[in-house]
Design a protein around this ligand. Sequence first.
Ligand code: PLP
Ligand code: COI
Length: 351
Amino acid sequence: MKITMTSSAKVKPDFTSLGFGKYFTDHMLVMDYVDGKWGELEIVPFDSLQMSPATNCLHYAQGIFEGAKAYKNDEGKITAFRLKENFARMNRSASRMCMPNFDAGKVIEGLKELLNIEKDWIPSASGTALYIRPTMIATDPMLGVHASHTYKFFIILSPVGAYYANGMKPTKILVEESFVRASIGGTGEAKCMGNYAASLLASEIAISKGYDQVLWLDAKEHKYAEEVGAMNMFFVIGNEVVTPALVGSILPGITRKSSIELLRAEGYIVTERRISITEIVDAYKSGNLKEAFGTGTAAVVSPVGLIGYGGHDMIINNQEMGSITSELYTKLTDIQNGRSEDKFNWVNKIN
Ligand code: PLP
Ligand code: COI
């Protein structure tokens, strides 16, 4: 692999106030698809991309991305989490968006090299990580609506803290009753750019009403809970932990999958099924809605303290992090940070 090191390394930000996705490391990994095949992976200095204003992805959103994280422990050991899952999902997203698949194994090797070069950018304090953002865009400079023939793949890295501005404080989510995120047969289970653009208006309206995010309902009946902007949802009802089933319109989250496995290993009853908003309201009214939380790479395990629906706010667990949410957060982040044994074989060793 060709590596070109930067001649002007950046001054690193204050690792105690990183926020999310604001700073980028000195190098990035790039690979181009031309003439029906992927070229070599290359590590180059982080820089702007040059492209024609007619570039396909800028007009028709033929673009996909991923989110993963790398961690550094107190001894300087670097780990990443379930990278194979991320790149397998990225190839599935690519297929859905009519984009070429790539060799995930080679990309993981290239990424490991990049992470070693950027190791001083990986924060080690609890709640921080180096966020990994693989992206693929269509690069043909043409305005016809059809699949591009050329593509650019790149991975950029960003040291991050908590995704939500108020850290681990339980979030307030508003059930979205008119807009929809994705329908069956659409692109909801792909991690494609357009899904996020389409979600912004509803989020902005929810934020203007004092909520943090929206909880999407299914597109057909506006009845079943799906997911939140950047995380999958779990509801603790009585002694059952319920998460919406992957019906085709929800992103199959890697943190979701890991959380299901971890909770089941701890003896909890975890069910993947359709869950209607009426069931959630009824559980709330009868005192059975014990906890709610979201899971995601950026969001980790985020408690939800309030759900607004039909003009009423349901306060969950006194707006405090519940015991199952807290146990899951600790168990998961201990594995991710290399603090506890990797008994599920989820961790990628980087150095
Ligand atoms: N749902 C959406 C829409 C997301 O953007 C994300 C974040 O990637 C998730 C769920 C959680 O997925 P994961 O746990 O793989 O990060
Ligand atoms: C992630 O959690 O990695 C995501 O992609 C969420 C994001 C849209 C910030």
